[in-house]
Design a protein around this ligand. Structure first.
Ligand SMILES: [Zn+2]
Length: 382
């Protein structure tokens, strides 16, 4: 008995995209869904009440970062991550694999796990597939990720083949550990498909993991610097091997065009630091494309960031005021732009779900891309 259940609602006749409901121990999520990232048990600058107000249905938090600070034992003592951070809706945690391979120095991969040094103080650490399960059990997330290696980009075919085969063995070990722990009744576990740009290896990885019957499947190692055309081709190939009655999650993707393209290819879940990270630098996503509020041209612009947005920021503040807050390093500035960017993506996914319901997602995509200033054939900017 899985801790979560995917309920299919409808497939769009125009595109093949799907809407559904994901039932989790902390509530039901309408999919496809965008998940804001709360790396250190906080979506930077946002209170949980504000996240709920925007319509965030689920957030993501990072296993590696919470393991280091404050320590997963402290979060367990606090009653788990939901209680620790005062968020009572679903939480998804990653496996720590991505950070181990992207942040840490002097790592050494062995069959048992990975030896590496902390990116904070250089101390020696070791993470295994079983260890990644234990940490996520302490955190108490609704959806956990298997420990995986995210191969560097670019990487040789031979290296990536060895890597995905090890990731499959690690996934199986983590799953065994998870099932034995009894936590599987309250926490779901996803397998992560890797394979770089190689469609044969993506197929192998997806088939091996699908055979293990995970609660859902993640597609990792995309949006790591490859052209978007390659990302979409690899995604399409991978999706054909993933079971339809389970949720599918495209990791680390959150630009508006890639969200829509991912949904068209059958993805149900996305996360990305993009909307919150760029917001803190004063860059916003609007229905007319990207707006950088620091720009001089907004000095006397007393109109909202986005005329067609009804978020708290757009209902109450002008571009001139936002520009002033950023120019004077006032913390309210980045709170207001973060609020808007997250609202924008949550609303975009709501519109996408409505378009699927109405069988016109392709029409929606073309209208959105045109308004956003994106070329449908060759979307260069976000
Ligand atoms: Zn807004």
């Amino acid at each position: 008995m899985s801790a979560i259940e995917y309920e299919h609602i409808k497939t769009c006749k125009q595109t093949g995209a799907r809407i559904g409901r994901l039932h989790t121990p902390h509530g039901t999520i309408d999919t496809p869904v965008f998940m804001p990232v709360g790396t250190l048990a906080t979506v930077k600058s946002m209170t949980p009440e504000e996240l709920a107000e925007i319509g965030s249905q689920i957030i993501l938090s990072n296993t590696y970062h919470l393991w280091l600070r404050p320590g997963s034992d402290i979060i367990r003592e606090a009653g788990g991550l939901h209680q620790f951070m005062n968020w009572d809706k679903p939480i998804l945690t990653d496996s720590g694999g991505f950070q181990v391979f992207s942040l840490s120095e002097r790592r050494k991969i062995e069959e048992t796990g990975v030896h590496f040094r902390s990116h904070l103080d250089g101390s020696k650490l070791f993470l295994s597939p079983e260890g990644a399960m234990d940490i996520q059990h302490h955190l108490g997330s609704d959806i956990m990720m298997s420990f995986d290696e995210c191969p560097p980009h670019p990487a040789e075919h031979g290296y990536v083949k060895d890597s995905i085969e090890r990731t499959s063995r690690w996934a199986e070990r983590g799953q065994n550990h998870h099932l034995k722990s009894g936590h599987d009744r309250k926490q779901a576990l996803f397998g992560i498909v890797q394979g770089g740009e190689y469609t044969d290896l993506r197929a192998q990885s997806a088939k091996e993991l699908a055979a293990m019957d995970f609660d859902g499947y993640s597609i990792g190692g995309l949006s790591v610097g490859e052209p978007k055309s390659i990302m979409y081709r690899v995604l399409e190939e991978t999706m054909t091997y993933l079971p339809e009655h389970k949720p599918r999650y495209l990791m680390g993707v959150g630009s508006p065009d890639a969200l829509i393209e991912g949904v068209i290819r059958g993805v149900d879940m996305f996360d990305c630091v993009l909307p919150t990270r760029i917001a803190r630098n004063g860059t916003t996503m609007t229905s007319k494309g990207r707006v950088v509020v620091r720009n001089k041209k907004f000095e006397r612009d007393f109109t909202p960031l986005d005329d067609s947005c009804d978020c708290y920021t757009c209902r109450n503040y002008t571009k001139a005021y936002l520009r002033h807050l950023f120019k004077t390093d006032e913390i309210l500035g980045l709170r207001l732009t973060t609020y808007h960017n997250l609202y924008f993506l949550v609303k975009l996914m709501e519109d996408v779900r409505t378009a699927i319901l109405n069988d016109n997602l392709m029409d929606f995509k073309e209208a959105f891309f045109e308004s956003y200033g994106l070329n449908v054939e060759n979307p260069k900017n976000f």
